[in-house]
Design a protein around this ligand. Structure first.
Ligand code: ASP
Length: 331
């Protein structure tokens, strides 16, 4: 099997500097040397380091597009793709790749590490080797898609959430069991396999994503219209509303709802996602939630905020209008 491994930056390949850890281009060679030691890995792994390596907290939607295009350019030459990425925004990138390359006919796995490869107790090789193993099994079982692999979990690209700053298991699968869990052997969620058997034709849809077109609107006790007004500037075409519980926000503040209504009327798609971190938005369960629906807000259902944000960016980047985008979220 031929596997393309792209190092985009992130802790996995970082080294110390005077200001703390920074990504290092020498990492690609070190990783190649380490992988070369495992004679039982009979794959041809091509490891490339991106020209500008970043801490993923600097990642922007244009970086998702760059990774997507890199994969598209190499598509015919490889059986599987591994993207080495910082953990901070890994869930956003995995979700964006999931929407830009849909449904992927080859495994694309995003991974990274909590501790850099150069350190004795690094999780880097465990995660890279786990991602390689996932590629082997997915190709053998003719299962594909975009995933995030971390510690021992293979998580669907639009389900991942960074849930711990320092645990080896830094990611969890939101509102769905992990697609696979790696112990000595893999344990697969077979029901997911069968769901994925029927797939529409694959497409690369990688837009030039304009930064700042999507924002997040936090709901918090005492939130005022002024807090959101600045966030919903003229450039914005999409917003993820981080609501309480099953999708609620204060419904006694007319000015606040007025800001949402006005934005919605000028074509901003506002998607309601719960702050709870698990469960679903249930439109109309409470009057406080219905007020949002009346203001034109659409339900993000059980989506993560990372996935809703990335999806909005991709759909807006593709030039869809607000009606088309709302239809997709309502489906
Ligand atoms: N700040 C780092 C990054 O996201 C953290 C990591 O890689 O774990 O690039």
């Amino acid at each position: 099997m031929k596997i393309y491994i792209a190092y985009t930056g992130g802790t996995i390949g970082m080294v110390p500097s005077d200001n703390g850890l920074v990504p290092d281009a020498a990492f690609a060679k070190q990783l190649a040397d380490q992988l070369g030691q495992y004679k039982e890995l009979e794959h041809e792994c091509v490891i490339e380091s991106y020209e500008t390596l970043i801490d993923s907290s600097n990642a922007a939607p244009k970086d998702w597009a760059m990774i997507g295009r890199d994969i598209e350019n190499k598509w015919q030459d490889f059986d599987a793709f591994i993207v080495l990425h910082g953990t901070d925004t890994m869930a956003y990138t995995a979700a964006a790749l999931n929407y830009m390359i849909a449904p992927s006919k080859k495994p694309i796995i995003v991974t990274g590490a909590q501790v850099p490869l150069y350190k004795a107790r690094s999780d880097a090789m465990n995660n890279v080797l786990g991602a390689v193993s996932a590629c082997e099994h997915l190709v053998a079982k003719k299962r594909q898609g975009v995933f995030l692999f971390f510690a021992d979990r293979l998580i669907e690209g639009d389900r991942a959430h960074k849930s711990h700053t320092s645990d080896w298991r830094a990611f969890r699968s939101v509102n769905s069991p992990a697609y696979g869990e790696l112990g000595i052997d893999w344990e697969w969620r077979d029901s997911h396999f069968s769901q994925l058997l029927i797939k529409p034709p694959m497409k690369f849809r990688i837009p030039d994503m304009e930064e700042g077109t999507v924002t997040m609107l936090p709901v918090f006790p005492g939130v005022q219209a002024e807090h959101w007004q600045g966030l919903l500037n003229e450039k914005v075409k999409g917003a993820v509303l981080l609501s309480y519980g099953a999708g609620n926000a204060p419904d006694k503040n007319a000015a606040l709802l007025g800001v949402l209504k006005a934005a919605s009327e000028r074509g901003v798609v506002i998607v309601n996602v719960s702050q709870c971190g698990a469960g679903s938005v249930v439109a109309g369960a409470y009057a406080a939630g219905s007020a949002l629906t009346n203001a034109g807000v659409v339900s993000g259902k059980d989506s993560t905020y990372e996935a809703a944000f990335a999806r909005l960016h991709v759909l807006i980047g593709l030039g869809m209008d607000s009606r088309e985008i709302k239809d997709i979220f309502n489906r």
